[in-house]
Design a protein around this ligand. Structure first.
Ligand SMILES: C=C(O[C@@H]1C=C(C(=O)O)C=C[C@H]1O)C(=O)O
Length: 396
């Protein structure tokens, strides 16, 4: 392990993953690298101008003697709600996680799980919020409004509350999420009361030097265990007019959001496919260069958030529909998780395929983009498939 500066230690990604426990304020693994934070200082206050607030806090940390501070943490779906961002006391960094790895035996399932019937599976309580019939009915009513032309797209989510027989081991959960999908963005953010934890496939935006990258996803189908069926799902998604339309609305909004802040914007005309362990998604990688170094990663993120991948179009009408149809407060779900450094570089991912876990309970979240030709049963099935990421991590 090499010490590069007093507050920053470089270590192997798997060592950082192994070290993480729920007392750490932040863990983040991306294709750019892995971060494990320790201790909290310099919290970022709630403000209408998050980009300036993040920069101010980084300046403050620099003035206090930290020569390479990072702001890390999460921003709620509602950007006016209080963020959970701070400059940690110490940060360990490494390269990205290996593309494939097995968990060391100490993180393997305890022997009781090897029994044919696992105690937790039988005893864990699950409550859907709202129930599936109510969710499908909300989708049906939204479709009526979409067909009437009141809006073009709205993302409707539901939650799954789980109570397990034993406290959830957050560290083990994180390691299982990372091992199952090392190419995803694996994160854990200490919220004070509970931990926001998940493995998201979606990069809202990153800035590296003057290079800007966004990777909006929209349009989804569940994976299948049968390899032929799985290939069929991928082909069906790529050919689906409904999903392409849903996807195009997001790409258009991301390009529109970046255009005033970037030059050399490149927006591929056709989507590609990406897969997680549970889902296929339509994906577009949008790139550009910042017009001005004052355009920081959070400036870009704030200009884009929330995209129609998690909210809808037009945004105001979609927000109103979400408030009307969803039975719960999204909190940090569909918000942002990531980091920014002194020079304005940073990475912000969309908080998806995640849960807030606390003690023996967890609230899992999943949503689906609804357009005029959405089928309520298919949207319900999509949200069920999206819960799979966290349920598998929890071994439920
Ligand atoms: C809202 C979620 O996912 C978002 C919605 C998608 C869709 O509607 O196809 C795809 C990826 C995400 O942008 C979620 O995972 O909860």
């Amino acid at each position: 392990m090499t010490i590069t500066h007093p507050n920053v230690t470089v270590g192997r990604a798997l060592d950082l993953l192994a070290k993480y426990d729920a007392t750490a304020p932040f863990f983040f693994a991306s294709p750019r690298g892995t971060l494990l934070a320790e201790g909290r200082s310099h919290p970022v206050p709630a403000t209408a101008d998050l980009s300036t607030a993040v920069r101010d806090v980084l300046d403050l940390a620099t003035a206090d003697g930290d020569d390479d501070p990072l702001v890390v943490g999460a921003v709620p779906f509602d950007p006016s709600a209080t963020p959970r961002l701070c400059v940690p006391r110490r940060i360990r960094r490494s390269g990205p996680l290996p593309s494939r790895f097995a968990l060391p035996s100490r993180f393997a399932l305890p022997s009781r799980f090897a029994l044919p019937m696992e105690a937790d599976r039988v005893d864990a309580r699950r409550v859907e919020v709202p129930g599936r019939a109510t969710y499908a009915d909300g989708v049906r009513r939204a479709v009526t409004r979409l067909r009437a032309g009141e809006l073009d797209k709205v993302v409707l989510a539901r939650a799954l509350d789980i109570v397990t027989t034993e406290p959830i081991d957050i560290g083990t959960l994180l390691r299982r999420l990372a091992a199952r999908d090392p190419a995803g963005y694996t994160f854990a953010v200490d919220l004070g009361a509970g931990t926001l934890i998940g493995n998201s496939p979606e990069l809202l935006v990153s800035r590296q030097g003057d290079l800007v990258t966004a990777n909006p996803l929209a349009g989804s189908l569940p994976r299948s265990d049968d390899p032929f069926e799985d290939f069929g799902q991928a082909q069906a998604l790529l050919a689906s007019r409904k999903d392409r339309r849903e996807h195009a609305l997001v790409v258009e909004a991301v390009a529109d959001g970046l255009r005033p802040l970037c030059t050399d914007l490149e927006v591929p005309a056709e989507p590609s496919l990406i897969r997680t362990a549970a889902m296929w998604h339509l994906s577009t990688v949008v790139t550009g260069r910042v017009l001005d170094p004052a355009v920081r990663s959070m400036t870009l993120a704030a200009a884009l958030h929330p995209t129609p991948a998690v909210c809808g179009t037009p945004a105001r009408a979609a927000r109103a529909a979400i408030a009307e149809y969803e039975a719960f407060d999204r909190g940090f779900y569909t918000g942002l998780v990531g980091w920014e450094n002194n020079s304005g570089d940073g990475e912000w991912v969309v908080a998806l395929r995640c849960a807030v876990a606390h003690g023996s309970s967890a609230r899992l979240y999943a949503g689906a983009g609804i357009v005029a030709d959405s089928d309520p049963a298919a949207e319900l099935a999509e949200t069920t498939a999206k819960f799979r990421t966290m349920l598998t991590g929890l071994e439920l």
